[in-house]
Design a protein around this ligand. Structure first.
Ligand SMILES: [Zn+2]
Length: 253
């Protein structure tokens, strides 16, 4: 696929386990293999500019983190910076400097980075995007409350970092066509949790991502980066759909 981009999704890099944590060793392997693969690793800003000018590489990778946990600063960034990668971290601004306090949290709850750390990382080249204020399911809010979440989080980060905030990630990856239209009024891009690669013409406000806990096996990750991961992703997508009850592949058998 020309212009195929893998947008990697991470939450936490930590050895404490849990569904959204990647062990430090696995993360270091993923970054090393990525560096060795020769695939272009772009910041979301650079990717957007390349796309606008029609200069997207044949294959590229963007690295994203949701939630802004403290272990981003302590474990993830040190393992990434040495490769020159420039990730984006999506912040739920109401929880910055505190701990996670939303549906599906880990026990004990994990600490989020504070503004001093975030400011320092921004000067080192980390991009920051918005993940709302309070980390709600936006699809459960009325339009005005959802709009407030979108606007207030953007303003909060822009005030603290004195730079424009153009990128958004809805909590839990949940949005709707109406919400995506509202998001598009405030942000240049929005990512979801739909599993797949982004093609050159992908909808900028419904960008798919790749859950990196599917790629803790080194060979599988290498294969994906070499463009041989299509069948595996398709199988994971099917497994997800079955789990969600969206599809019954055995129907009619
Ligand atoms: Zn989140």
């Amino acid at each position: 696929m020309t212009g195929a981009t893998s947008i990697l999704m991470y939450h936490s890099v930590s050895d404490r386990g849990g569904a959204t944590a990647i062990a430090r060793r696995d993360f270091a392997m993923q970054m090393r293999v990525l560096a060795e693969s020769g695939v272009a690793v772009l910041s979301l800003d650079d990717w957007l500019a390349a796309r606008e000018f029609g200069h997207l590489p044949a294959r590229s990778v963007i690295i994203t983190f949701d939630d802004g946990f403290q272990d981003f600063a302590e474990a993830a960034w040190p393992a990434m910076g040495r490769h020159g990668f420039r990730p984006i971290v999506y912040l739920p601004t109401g929880h910055v400097g505190g701990e996670e306090g939303w549906k599906g949290i880990a026990r004990p709850p994990r600490q989020l980075m504070g503004w001093d750390t975030i400011r320092a990382l921004a000067t080192e080249g980390v991009l920051f995007g918005s993940h709302t204020v309070s980390h709600p399911d936006l699809t459960a809010l009325d339009p005005e409350a959802a709009r407030t979440e979108l606007v207030c989080a953007q303003v909060a980060i822009e005030d603290r970092l004195a730079r424009p905030v153009m990128h958004f990630a809805p909590p839990y990856g949940l949005s709707s066509p109406a919400l995506r239209a509202e998001i598009a009024r405030h942000y240049r891009t929005s990512v979801g949790t739909r599993l797949g690669e982004a093609g050159a013409g992908a909808d900028l406000h419904d960008l798919p991502r790749i859950e990196m806990f599917y790629f803790t096996d080194e060979r599988r990750w290498r294969d994906h980066l070499a463009g041989r991961g299509g069948a595996y992703l398709a199988a994971r997508r099917l497994a997800r759909a079955v789990k969600a009850g969206l599809m019954k592949p055995w129907a009619g058998l």
